[in-house]
Design a protein around this ligand. Structure first.
Ligand SMILES: Nc1ncnc2c1ncn2[C@@H]1O[C@H](COP(=O)(O)OP(=O)(O)OP(=O)(O)O)[C@@H](O)[C@H]1O
Length: 574
C-alpha cells in the first residue's frame, strides 16, 4: 500500500508519506510508553507509597504534541495525495493507447477516479494511522512487559507470531471477498450502462418491458457474491478476535501463576494486568484494520494499475516535419490483436494538398488507417509518417497540431455550440467561427436552436442529429486549419442537405490542407485526386476515378454496386 501511495504522490514527494508514517510510529511508541510508565505508578499506589508522576506526565505531554504534528501531517499527506492522484491520472490517461479504453476499463477508471478521493481520505484518517498505532503501541507494551518481568514479556513476544498469522488470515479473507465484490460490482455497473445505452434498440424490439437478462443475471450474481463474502468476513474477523482473547488468557494465567508463586508482588501484578490489557486492547482492532487496509489496498492497486499501464512512448523532442501535409504508410501490418492482422503490408502515399479517397467494403480497414495516422494505436510493423516524420518520433502536441479529425462518432461536449466548435482553435475570432460554421452548414442548425450559439448541445450532442453532429465536427476542422484533415464520412447521414455541406466543406478544406477521406458518397469519390481501394486489409488498387473505372478492376465493381444503390461491396454482381 505504501508503494502505491508513493506512486500516486509521484517522484520527489515520497518523503511526505515517510514523514507521516514516522510521526505515527513515534506516537504509537509514546502511547505504549505512557502505559508502561503507569506500571510503577499503580504499583506504588497499590503498596501505599508515594508515586513519581513526572516521567508519565512528560511522556503524556510529548505524546500530545506528537499527536498534533502527526494529525496535521496526515491531513497534508492526504490532500497532497488526492491532488496529485487526479493530476497524475489525467496526465497518464491521455498518453495511453486508445485500445486501452474498452468499456470495462473505462467503467473501472470512472469508479476508481471518483471513489479514489473518498478512499484516500479514509486510508489516512481511518486506516493507516489506527493500524500503525495499534501495532506500535502493543509492541512497546510488550518490550515494557519484558522490562518488568521477562517471563511475561516472553509469553507476549511468543504470542505475536500467532497473532500475526491470525490477522493475516482475517485480512486475506476480507480482501479476497472484497475483490470478488468489486468484480461483481464492475460487471453489474457495466450491464446497467449497457441497459441504459441500448434503450432505443430494446424498445424498438419490444424488449425493454420484459426485463434485460444480462443485467438481471449480473445483479443476482452480485447479491450471491455479497452474501458469501459477508459470511466469510465474519469467520475471518472471529478468528482474529478469538486469537487475541486466547493470548490475553494465557498472559493472565502466567501472571496469576507467578504472583501466587511469589515471583511478582501483588501490587506489581495489578499494574502488570493493566499493561497486559494495554498490550492486547489495540491488537483486538488490528484484524479489522488490517482487513480494511487490504480492501483499500485493492482499490488503491486498481488505481495505480492505471498509472502502471505503459504509455505510448514519446520522444523528448519531435523530429522535423520537412514534408508538411504529406501522409505515408510504409509497409504497415497491424492488428488490434497480435494474431489477427487488420492491415497487411499497406503502403500508400497522400501527396500534400491532395484529396485522397479511401474506399473499400465494410471492415476492410479504412478507419484503422485513420487511427494509425492519428496515432491512436502504434503499428508493430512498418511506419506511418506525417509531414515526413514517423508519428512515433513526434510529440503528441506536434502530431495533433498537424491533424484535424472528423470521425463518424463525433463527440460533442455538454456546452454551447460556439464552445464546441472553438475546440478546433480556442483563440479563433468570432468572424472565423462564423465563417467555419457557414461553410459547414452549422449556421442553419444554430438558427433553429432556441438560444442560437448559446444553446447547450447536451452530453455527447444528444440534442442534435447524427448529420448535424458531423457538420459541427467539420466546422471544428475548418476552424483548426490543420495541414492535414482526416475525414470519415458519416454513413448514417446521407441526406442530400448534409451531402451538399460536406462536399462544400471538403472543397474548402482542400484549399489549405491535405484531405484523406473515407468516402461513402459518389461525388466525393469521383472528385478525389487519388482513390485508394482497400480490401481485407490490403491496398488492391490506386488511381483516379477514370483510370480505375477504365481498369475495370475491384474499384469498377464497387463503383457499379454503389451507383446501383447497393452500397460498397467488392463482390457485388456486376
Ligand atoms: N478496437 C478494435 N478492436 C478490435 N478489432 C477492431 C477494432 N476496431 C476495428 N476492429 C476490426 O478491424 C477490422 C477493420 O475495421 P475498420 O473499422 O478499420 O474497417 P472499416 O473499413 O473502416 O469499416 P466500416 O466501413 O464498416 O467503418 C474489422 O474487422 C473490425 O472488426
Amino acid at each position: 500500500m505504501i508503494t502505491d501511495l508513493r506512486l500516486l504522490l509521484g517522484p520527489g514527494r515520497a518523503h511526505i508519506l515517510t514523514g507521516y508514517v514516522a510521526w505515527t510510529v513515534l506516537f504509537g511508541v509514546l502511547s505504549g510508553l505512557a502505559s508502561a510508565l503507569l506500571v510503577p505508578v499503580v504499583a506504588d499506589l497499590a503498596s501505599g507509597q508515594r508515586a513519581d508522576l513526572l516521567p508519565l506526565a512528560v511522556v503524556t505531554v510529548v505524546a500530545a504534541v506528537v499527536r498534533y504534528v502527526q494529525t496535521t501531517r496526515g491531513s497534508a499527506a492526504a490532500l497532497e495525495t488526492m491532488s496529485s492522484m487526479h493530476q497524475r491520472l489525467g496526465d497518464h490517461v491521455v498518453s495511453l493507447p486508445l485500445g486501452w479504453f474498452d468499456s470495462d476499463r473505462t467503467g473501472r477508471l470512472t469508479r476508481v477516479a471518483t471513489d479514489g478521493t473518498v478512499m484516500i481520505t479514509g486510508i489516512f484518517a481511518h486506516l493507516l494511522s489506527p493500524l500503525v498505532i495499534s501495532v506500535a503501541a502493543p509492541v512497546t507494551a510488550a518490550v515494557a512487559l519484558f522490562w518488568y518481568d521477562w517471563r511475561i514479556g516472553l509469553v507476549a513476544a511468543l504470542s505475536m507470531p500467532v497473532l500475526a498469522l491470525a490477522f493475516r488470515f482475517a485480512a486475506q479473507t476480507l480482501a479476497r471477498g472484497e475483490a470478488r465484490n468489486h468484480a461483481a460490482d464492475v460487471e453489474a455497473g457495466a450491464r446497467v450502462i449497457e441497459f441504459a445505452r441500448s434503450q432505443r434498440v430494446l424498445r424498438a424490439f419490444g424488449r425493454a418491458v420484459h426485463g434485460y437478462q444480462p443485467l438481471e443475471q449480473a445483479i443476482e450474481q452480485q447479491r450471491r457474491i455479497r452474501r458469501r463474502t459477508l459470511g466469510q468476513g465474519v469467520v475471518g474477523l472471529s478468528v482474529g478476535g478469538l486469537t487475541v482473547q486466547l493470548a490475553v488468557t494465557v498472559l493472565m494465567l502466567v501472571l496469576v501463576w507467578l504472583t501466587l508463586a511469589g515471583s511478582i508482588a501483588p501490587a506489581a501484578a495489578v499494574a502488570l494486568i493493566a499493561l497486559v490489557f494495554r498490550f492486547a486492547g489495540p491488537l483486538a482492532d488490528v484484524s479489522e484494520y488490517a482487513g480494511a487496509i487490504r480492501i483499500a489496498g485493492g482499490d488503491l492497486r486498481r488505481l495505480t494499475d492505471v498509472l502502471r499501464q505503459p504509455a505510448m512512448p514519446q520522444p523528448r523532442a519531435s523530429a522535423p516535419l520537412d514534408q508538411p501535409g504529406r501522409i505515408e504508410l510504409d509497409n504497415v501490418t497491424f492488428g488490434y490483436r497480435p494474431d489477427t492482422p487488420v492491415l497487411r503490408s499497406v503502403s500508400l502515399t497522400v501527396p500534400p494538398g491532395s484529396v485522397t479517397a479511401l474506399v473499400g467494403p465494410s471492415g476492410s480497414g479504412k478507419t484503422t488507417v485513420i487511427r494509425l495516422i492519428s496515432r491512436f494505436w502504434d503499428t508493430r510493423q512498418g511506419a506511418v509518417r506525417v509531414g515526413g516524420a514517423d508519428v512515433r518520433d513526434l510529440r503528441t502536441e506536434d502530431l495533433t497540431s498537424q491533424l484535424a479529425v472528423v470521425s463518424q462518432d463525433v463527440y460533442l461536449f455538454d456546452d454551447t455550440m460556439a464552445a464546441n466548435i472553438r475546440l478546433g482553435r480556442p483563440d479563433a475570432t468570432d468572424a472565423d467561427l462564423a465563417e467555419a460554421a457557414r461553410l459547414a452548414g452549422v449556421d442553419e442548425i444554430v438558427a433553429r436552436l432556441p438560444d442560437g450559439w448559446h444553446t447547450r448541445v447536451g452530453e455527447g450532442g444528444t440534442a442534435l442529429s447524427g448529420g448535424e453532429r458531423q457538420r459541427v465536427s467539420i466546422a471544428r476542422a475548418l476552424l483548426k486549419r490543420a495541414p492535414i484533415v482526416l475525414l470519415d464520412e458519416a454513413t448514417a447521414a446521407l441526406d442530400p442537405e448534409n451531402e451538399r455541406y460536406v462536399q462544400r466543406s471538403i472543397r474548402q478544406l482542400a484549399q489549405h490542407s491535405t484531405v484523406l477521406l473515407i468516402a461513402h458518397r459518389l461525388g466525393n469519390v469521383v472528385d478525389a485526386d487519388q482513390i485508394v481501394v482497400l480490401d481485407d486489409g490490403r491496398v488492391v488498387e490506386t488511381g483516379t476515378h477514370q483510370s480505375l473505372v477504365a481498369a475495370d478492376g475491384p474499384y469498377a465493381k464497387l463503383w457499379r454496386a454503389m451507383a446501383n444503390g447497393r452500397g460498397w461491396r467488392l463482390n457485388a454482381p456486376q
